[in-house]
Design a protein around this ligand. Structure first.
Ligand code: HEC
Ligand code: HEC
Length: 458
C-alpha cells in the first residue's frame, strides 16, 4: 500500500513537471499499481479508520466527516448520551413508564458493550408471524422491561445462575466454561405456556454505516459461496422493515433481526427506554395496561432518531494494531487455516450508500459475513427471530474485540456475555463451527496464544 502510493506520488510529481505528453501513460500505470495493492488490514474501517487505542476508541467521529455533517454527528452524540426522565418534564421527558435503562449510553457505555449485569435484556415472544416476526406475549410484549417509573410496576426481574462445565485442550490444559440458566422472578403478568426467551447483551455501535452499505447482492453471493464450499452454510435473515413496509435483509442485532440503523434506533428508544418516536409512536407498556395516560407521543422527533442513527453510521472504526508483528501474523494465518475466517470473513466491500459518501465504496476488515449460522445446542436460545432459527446467530464483527477491555473494562463475550474471555468465546462455538472449535482445541499452546494475540490486535 505504502510502496504503491509512493510510486504514484512520484509519478504525479513527474506529470506536474511539465512533460504533459507523458502524463497519460504514467497515470494509467499508477492506477494499475494501486488496484493490485493488497488492502491493508490495519485500516479496519477503510477511510473511517482512526489510529487510537484508548477508552474513547469507539466514540470518535470518522476522520472523513466534516462541516455540517460533523455537526449532525455531534448532535447525535449528545442525544445518545442523554438521560431521560419521567414525563411530564421540561427536558428529556418521556422515560418509560416501563424501561430497561435511561440512556443509550448506559448499556452501550463509551459506545461499546457494558457488562451483562448492566446491559443484558431478555427478548420474549409467543411464536412467529410470517411477515412481522416474533409475536408479542400477552401482557408483556416483546421484551422484559425490568424497571419502571414511580407508580408503575417492572415486568419482571431477570435471574441468571451459572454452572461450571470443565473441559480440556488436546494437550491436557484444563478449562472451565460457565453455562447460564435464566429465570424470571416477580412477574407482573403470568407467563403463558410456550413463551420463548432470548437473553442478549449490548454490542458496540461503531462501523454500522459501513456494514449497512454492504450490498444485499454481496451477502447473497457469500451465502451461495458457503453452500457450495461445504463446512459452513450461512443464511440471510429477512426481516420486516417498518419504514418501507417490505421484507429486507436483516443485519443488526445478535440475530440480524433489524434491517437498518434507523429502525434499530427507533426500536431501542421504544423498547429499552420507553421513548416513542414518529417511527414507532406507541408505548410498549400499552400491552401491560400500564400506559401513563399522557398525550405526549411521539416523545422525540424524527430528526432526533435520524441524528442518532447518523451518529452511529459515522463513528470512526479503530485501526487494527500490531499488523506485521510475527505472533499476530502467525495468529492471522491460523485464523484462516482452522476455519474461523469462513464465517468471520476478514474483508468486505461496501457499495454506494445513499447519502453516506463517508462509508461508500471501501474495503473494510470487520471479520463477519453478517449471516446466520447454526451454533449448536449449547448457545441456542430456542427463540426464532424472523428467519433466524432456534440455534442460529449472526456472525458478530470482530473489529474492536481486542479493545473491549480498554473501553469497557471487561472481557465478557457472546450474545449473553457468558464467555469470560476470548478463549471461552471460541470454546463455546459448536454446530457449523464445531470443526473450527475442535481445531482450536487441538492447537499447541503457542499456536493458541498466537490466535488470541491476533484477536487482541483487532
Ligand atoms: C438496556 C440496555 C440497552 C439500551 C438502553 C440500549 N441498547 Fe442498544 N442494544 C442492547 C442490546 C441487548 C442489543 C442487542 C439486541 C439484539 O440482539 O436483539 C443492542 C443492540 C443495538 C444495536 C445493534 C448493534 C449491532 O451490532 O448489531 C444498535 C445500533 C443499538 N443497540 C443502538 C442503541 C441506541 C441508539 C440506543 C438508545 C436509543 C440503545 N441502543 C439503547 C442494549 C441496549
Ligand atoms: C460457523 C460460523 C463461525 C465460525 C466457523 C467461527 N465463528 Fe466465531 N462466532 C460465530 C457466531 C455466530 C458467533 C456469535 C455466537 C453467540 O453469541 O452466541 C461468534 C462469536 C465469536 C466471538 C465473540 C464475539 C463477540 O463480539 O462477542 C469470537 C471472539 C469469535 N467468534 C471468534 C472465532 C474464532 C477465533 C473462530 C475460529 C476458531 C471462530 N470464531 C469461528 C460464528 C462463527
Amino acid at each position: 500500500m505504502l510502496a504503491s502510493s509512493r510510486i504514484c506520488n512520484g509519478l504525479i510529481a513527474w506529470a506536474a513537471s511539465g512533460l504533459s505528453l507523458l502524463v497519460l501513460l504514467p497515470i494509467a500505470a499508477c492506477d494499475m499499481v494501486e488496484s493490485k495493492a493488497e488492502p491493508d488490514p490495519t485500516l479496519a474501517g477503510g477511510e473511517t479508520t482512526l489510529f487510537r487505542a484508548t477508552p474513547e476508541s469507539f466514540a470518535m467521529p470518522a476522520p472523513n466527516l466534516t462541516g455540517d455533517r460533523l455537526e449532525k454527528h455531534l448532535v447525535g452524540d449528545f442525544e445518545f448520551e442523554k438521560k431521560f426522565v419521567t414525563a411530564p418534564a421540561e427536558v428529556n421527558s418521556g422515560l418509560g413508564p416501563l424501561f430497561n435503562r435511561t440512556s443509550c449510553a448506559s448499556c452501550h457505555t463509551r459506545n461499546g458493550r457494558d457488562k451483562p449485569d448492566v446491559s443484558l435484556l431478555v427478548r420474549i415472544s409467543s411464536g412467529q408471524d410470517f411477515l412481522q416476526g416474533p409475536v408479542p406475549v400477552a401482557g408483556l410484549g416483546l421484551q422484559i422491561q425490568d424497571r419502571a417509573v414511580a407508580g408503575a410496576r417492572p415486568e419482571a426481574r431477570v435471574v441468571i445462575e451459572y454452572e461450571e462445565i470443565s473441559g480440556s485442550f488436546a494437550d491436557g490444559e484444563p478449562y472451565s466454561l460457565r453455562k447460564p440458566a435464566y429465570r424470571l422472578e416477580d412477574l407482573d403478568a403470568p407467563l403463558p405456556a410456550g413463551v420463548d426467551l432470548s437473553p442478549r447483551m449490548a454490542r458496540p455501535v461503531f462501523g454500522l454505516g459501513l456494514l449497512e452499505a454492504v450490498s444485499e447482492v454481496t451477502l447473497e453471493d457469500i451465502a451461495a459461496e458457503q453452500v457450495a464450499g461445504g463446512e459452513v452454510s450461512g443464511r440471510i435473515n429477512y426481516v420486516w422493515d417498518m419504514e418501507s413496509e417490505t421484507v429486507r435483509v436483516g443485519r443488526f442485532g445478535w440475530k440480524a433481526n433489524q434491517p437498518t440503523v434507523r429502525q434499530q434506533t427507533a426500536d431501542a428508544y421504544r423498547s429499552d427506554m420507553g421513548i416513542t418516536s414518529p417511527l414507532i409512536p406507541v408505548e410498549t407498556s400499552i400491552v401491560s395496561g400500564q400506559h401513563d395516560g399522557l398525550e405526549d407521543d411521539p416523545e422525540i422527533s424524527a430528526e432526533t432518531v435520524d441524528a442518532v442513527a447518523f451518529y452511529m453510521q459515522t463513528l470512526a472504526v479503530p485501526a487494527a494494531r500490531d499488523v506485521g508483528q510475527p505472533k499476530v501474523e502467525g495468529g492471522r494465518t491460523l485464523f484462516t487455516r482452522i476455519g474461523c475466517a469462513s464465517c468471520h470473513r476478514p474483508s468486505l466491500e461496501t457499495g454506494l450508500a445513499p447519502d453516506l459518501p463517508e462509508v461508500s465504496s471501501q474495503t473494510i476488515f470487520a471479520y463477519t459475513d453478517l449471516l446466520l449460522h447454526d451454533m449448536g445446542e449449547g448457545l441456542a436460545d430456542h427463540r426464532e427471530d424472523f428467519r433466524a432459527g432456534a440455534r442460529e446467530w449472526r456472525t458478530p464483527p470482530l473489529w474492536g474485540v481486542g479493545l473491549t477491555e480498554i473501553v469497557n473494562q471487561h472481557t465478557f463475550f457472546l450474545h449473553d456475555g457468558r464467555a469470560r474471555n476470548l478463549k471461552e468465546a471460541i470454546l463455546w462455538h459448536d454446530g457449523e463451527a464445531s470443526s473450527a472449535r475442535e481445531r482450536f482445541r487441538t492447537l499447541s499452546r503457542s499456536e493458541r496464544d498466537a490466535l488470541l494475540e491476533f484477536l487482541r490486535s483487532l
